[in-house]
Structure formats: structure tokens, C-alpha cells
Design a protein around this ligand. Sequence first.
Ligand code: CA
Length: 475
Amino acid sequence: MMQFFEWKLPNDGKFWVKLKEEAQHLHDIGVTSIWIPPAYKADEQQDEGYATYDLFDLGEFNQKNTVRTKYGTKQELIDAITELYKYQISVYLDAVMNHKAGGEYTEKFMAKEVDPNDRLKDVSDAYQIEAWTGYNFPGRNNQYSDFKWHWYHFSGTDWNEANKKKAVYRILGDGKYWSKGVDGENGNYDYLMCNDIDHDHPEVIKELNRWGRWVSNELNLDGFRLDAIKHIEEQFIANFLKDVRSDRGDNFYAVGEYWKGDFDTLEKYIKLTEGKLDLFDVPLHYKMYTASHKGRHFDLTSFPEETLVTKFPVNAVTFVDNHDSQRGSSLESQVDSWFKPLAYGLILLMEKGYPCVFYGDYYGIAGQQSPHRIILDILLDARQKYAFGKQNLYFDHPNTVGFTREGDDIRENSGVAVLLSNGDDGDKEMYVGDHHKGEVWHEITGSITDEITIGDDGKALFKIHGGKLAVWVKK
Ligand code: CA
């Protein structure tokens, strides 16, 4: 998978056109699916799409002073997707369903302020506030949906227009409260930002389910990347997927962003959703982040422990960085440059996990060329040619670890030996399979020029330079 966007793209409306132009190249480098950014109207044109205004406006109507989104028009998006399908590349849309921004008019209703650090604790009496919770979407004029959003479709907001006060407001109503099936951080992490959608409200559930079916048909989507699910009622997510799949088929894909480095929480979520939803392997990302900053003081043998890819490989989307972790973003935890080749070597060549390459690492950030593209091209090529067959792990030394893939019968010359070092130059004896005996292997990242011959026992002593990645294949 490739995450085809980053946070600092120009607001020129030319991104869908670029996506179309890149379709063949993506196919050539082995990308079989892409995650595209929120493609609907946000509160302002330059927004990345996460400050969502109208889910039904895919860059088609004059709303918020613009027809197009930051990325382009609906027609340009459809053209890009049509082109991607020529190359059998699946498309997953980023679905932002936690909140809405950019309300058109204010409404008055009762609310209580809560403690931002403990949302279960009220810090004011109930009183009337005035907030931007009214949505008519006049520019769309009821096309695709005539649903109008009101204050009672939300459970929280953060701005009282009447006294210009910013706070976390819990909206009061008959039986209304924060959703229970959300993360427990800050007491109850239902509220994240803007107008928090009430996923316990029957009208909301119906409307969002309808949108899910509509947009996946309208754009012929293959799946969703579900944004901010730790802030959304888990039962809603489970039923939403059921509903969309009843229309699009059981293979309709979904990966959720549950941003938590804590493995136990993710495990609970996977069990609760019965494995019908993949999750990003955030624990693995944080290990990479920590490893990249600790240098030789990070124990590489700990890599496989308590990660999704080890415990729930079928549900793990492995990644190195994304638009939120990149420098300057909300969840900043960017993996340091020297470690990126090691991190990508791990996720692209190991057997398990659904690896996701970040646009910023391949195409660059803010128009600057990425220094990692060369190594990524090498690794993507290696993934297609060599990374097959049985895997053998050698996570047995704090500063030098490795693994091998023995190759298979279908792909001639397949098989690979991978080493990662965060310390000194080193070597490791690893087994690549009896059938490789006598073969001459070489290293393809350009780090080592020596060649080696696989022994009669199917093993060889593979070399690695300090702080580098080494990828050995048959010459
Ligand atoms: Ca929420």
C-alpha cells in the first residue's frame, strides 16, 4: 500500500492529476493499493480534508468559496481512480467520521463544560451556549442527501459564540452522553475536535451508513482508511463496516487509525471487531521512532515483541511514518533519517504485515525530493523479486539482527537475507535454504561490495556495516 499524500502539499488543486499521472509508475514499483486523503469539502480550501465540512461534496459544488478541494475536483478524482484501475491498483478513501467543522449558522442549546483532562468530570453547571452546529449545505442543494445537521446530532463542541469561550462542551439532551465504546484516555476520549459527531444517534448512524455506501459506489472504492477510531463508538464502526460490505461485498477493505503505542488496547479492539478491520501497527512505529533516536542503545532484539505484526499479522498494516507523525504534525514522531532504510527493509521484506509506504518518504515533503527514494526503489524491487518463501528470524543480538526468506519454486532466484545494524560493523551466520548452496550472493543497497558463496549447509556469514541495512540476494 502507498499512503498517497503528505501534510505539506501545495494547495494548487493538481494532486488528483498527479495521482493519475503516477498510476503506471506505482504499478511498476509494485504498489497494489493506495490510501487517498479525505477527498471531500473541508472548512476551507487549503485544509487537508480532516476539518470535514460536507462528506457528499467531493469537489463538485461551490461551497466554502470553492468548488475543488485542496487536491482537485471530483471529476479529476474519478479520472485518477479510473486510471489506477487500469493497473489493478485498489483505492482506499480516508473516512473522517469523528467530527465536522465549518458549521454555517449557530444554534442555542444546553451544555456543560468538562475538564479537558477528564471528560467525565463536569466543571460547570448546565447552561445555554451558542455554537456553529447548523449545516444546510446550500451549495449542494440536497443533491445525494437532504440530511441537515443540528446540534443534537453532536455530542460535544469547543466554542461558545455567545461569550467567545473555548472549552470542551458536552452537549446535553435526552439520554445524550459521550459514547461508551471509545478510548479511556482523558477519562473518555470521545471528544477530539470541532463538532463531535454523536454516533449513538439513530439519524446519524443511518446517514453515515448511507454515505459509506454512496461514496464507495460513487468512486468505486475498494476500501476505507478509518480516521480517528479511538474517538468513535466501536459498535458504530463494526456496524458501519457490516453495512458497507452488505453492499460492496465482504472483501471491501478497511484499516483503522487507532493511534496508540500500547499493544493491549489494539489487541482488545481487534478482538472486539472480530478481526474484520485491520489496524496500523502503531506500536511498531513507536519502536522504530525510539530506535532511530536511541541509536546503539536501543535493543534491536525487542523489535518483534508486542507489535501487531507479530501477534495479529493478518490485521497489521505496517508503516514507518505518515502525515500525522511527520515533522510539524499533530502526532509528531518522525523516524530519524538514518533509520528509514532499516525500517523499510523490515516492513517491505519480512513475511508478515501489509506494508504501507509513505508518500513523503518516496516523493518528498513540501516539494523537496526525498533522500529515501533510491533505497525505497531498491527495496520495492527486492520485495517483488526476492522476498518470498519461508522466513527465518535472527533477532539475537542487541545491535545486529536479521532475517532470511528462503525463496520459493515459482520465482526463480527468489530468496533474500536481510541485516539491520544500529551499532558497529558486523556479520551474522544465517540460513537461506539448502537449495541455495554454492550460489554467489551480493548486497544490493550498495553498502557492501564483497560477494559471498552459500555453504553446503545452506548458510553463509552475511556482513553488515554499522548503522546500516544490508540486503543480500543471489547475484
Ligand atoms: Ca467522537
